[in-house]
Design a protein around this ligand. Sequence first.
Ligand code: CDP
Length: 784
Amino acid sequence: MIAKTSPEIGGMGHSIKRKEDSRFIQGKGNYVDDVHLPGMVFGHMVRSPYAHARLKSINTEKAKELPGVLAVITGEDLAKANLAWMPTLFFDKQMVLATGKVLFQAQEVAFVVAQDQYTAADAAELVEVEYEELPVLVDPHKATDPGSPILREDREEKSNHIFHWEVGDKAATDKAFQSAPVKASLHAISQRCHPAPLETCGCVADFNRATEKLTVYLTSQAPHAHRTLFSLVGGIPEQNIRVVSPDIGGGFGNKVPIYPGYVCAVVASLTLGLPVKWIETRSENLQSTGFARDYHMTAEIAADQNGKVKALRVKTLADHGAFNAAAQPTKFPAGLFSMCTGSYDFAESFCEVDGVYTNKAPGGIAYRCSFRITEAAYLIERVVDILASQLKIDPAELRRRNFIQPDQFPYKTPLGWTYDSGNYEGALNKALEMVGYAQLRKEQEEKRKKGELMGIGISSFTEAVGAGPAHTFDIAGIKMFDSAEIRVHPTGKAICRMGTKSQGQGHETTYAQIVAQELGIPASDVIVEEGDTDTAPYGLGTYASRSTPTSGAATAMAARKIRDKAKKIAAHLLECSEEDLEWEPGKFFVKGAPSKSKSIQEIAFAAYTNIPAGLEAGLEAVNYYDPPNLTFPFGTYICVVDIDKGTGEIKVRRFVAVDDCGNVINPMIVQGQIHGGLTEGLAIAFMQLIDYDENGNVQGGSFMDYLIPTAVETPHWETGSTCTPSPHHPFGAKGVGESPNVGSPAAFVNAVVDALSHLGVKHIDMPITPWKVWNVLKEKGVVS
Ligand code: CDP
């Protein structure tokens, strides 16, 4: 396979080679914030300082009087156009601009449009809003208490309860627990965190009154889905909407939902007939756009004395904030959380989840994960460690005793998923060998005798990526497939367009490699384009590692259609029958006579100049691929930590990551994905929390409080791989981008708990800060 070097592996953007409307775009980059259109004006949000308050009045007069201000839009204005509320991605509705009351701090209250962003910001200060404070609900455990305020007065159900969802066989699971000699349990919080992409969310909405065409430059991970939603909600004919998603500075799930700022910019552009730019500040991004996690989980395992697991019981409370804007496209309210049986062969399982409203920003997005799998993987990998510790069985050995075995695939889990392929012990063994496990355990024993704190944490996770299939996955009813269109030019060069949208994952390189592999056209002769709804075939976008399993597969299938046609042309050129031809990447040749051949470039030229009778001219194909199943990548991660007794400081000394994503297209890009995901996993385990005080004030609303790891905090990642191809993917690949974020938090936490387990420590919730560890050490009498 021919690899092109890619400058953006594991990074953010810098990827589209094409100049998007270069007539208009000035500046160095190709980001939404680099879009400058003639006559462009700027929008700025007025936001609520309160988490729960009734809106008594909004006075926009002073703001409107400021020179340079063009419009101030309020919820009441939007209500007149029936746009005050918009549907969320999970069958709820969300205020675009507040009407009646506000439900979380930093909620959007009014939208000011001015000739420059400074005037817009100044005018926003002049909008006078009178609030009447209401009691605030922050703790999800109190959401259904009789004394708690009812937050959503717009709903018929006068309750903060959103949903109850259960899956599995409750009676059989309970029975297994009754007879089990060993039970292990854990209560753990997968804390509210935020993807914090490098570029915040934003857009430039440009409605042209002459053509009646709306172009929206959007930080979008799913441009086509957004175009359809704009059309359905705003009533603009879909053919008149063009969504362009250029480089978006990372997404990580944050750029899947539609946010009020996008809607307000579109409304303002429609009203004024001018292009309107709205770009969030960093604090606005952290405080108001899609958060992730906030799952409060209990897991219990029933097992025998040898550590063989029998049943798993999981109960979870999900805090969805003020509106249920979970960005997960399954019919299951908790997405893929029922993947919580992980890599283990449980005979029985039962899982239930309740979702509630609180006075917090809405969301529940898939932050570098497949729709709640990160929470599930963390839970199972933590509770398996607790079982091992309880039975005094080595955690690697306990996992080995319980893994689903290679000959059990395809494997149906008790909660309804069918895993395609796996070899969990293979990945575990490789990771143990790479890290030198036996030696490390000896070292730990020695260190404990000397009173030093060292821990080893293992996580043997299973992921599920590649949404669709269409029978289980949809966004607002739009089935989840994905697409690729390949056009081979007369000179044998090609252009490919996909329905996915790279945010720095290097699709421009890897899709070109797939074409090279399938057609023998050098990758450097292939241009890859994504993110423009006027040109790309319809697709559902990029998140949850779905690109390789869907559009990657579609690319191979489209290339194969082209190869089938190329064969007919080659037979015509070589004056033989198709049956006499053999293929090797780049050419067809006559069986037994390799010198009688036609290269793909010669065939491409003939496709436009010398076509056999009855065949259409040209060499192009499109494929819409609906995957038959998800793909199930997996791996084992091992983390080694040293803890400073005096300060509680945790040093990650080693981190070995063995990943299996089936056949790899580009090892360097995959390694970059793993490095990036591990760094985000490290941040979640040790640094990041979007917290609220009792009045609903956001505590993690800037990078002073919401910490981002730098090179100083980031350890050296040691990566390895095994290869277990997916049996149903056209070239045996599975997705990989999310795996390191899904698998790593448990490895970090297991390592810290392992370092402290001899002191009787069973669990510490993330983020495990030095302060938390120091307090544990104090409580245990290690420090005074
Ligand atoms: O959907 P997203 O691009 O985030 O995730 P992915 O499908 O896991 O792919 C991430 C990057 O890794 C892409 O450039 C893929 O083509 C590449 N990759 C690969 O080279 N081999 C694989 N088996 C899986 C992904």
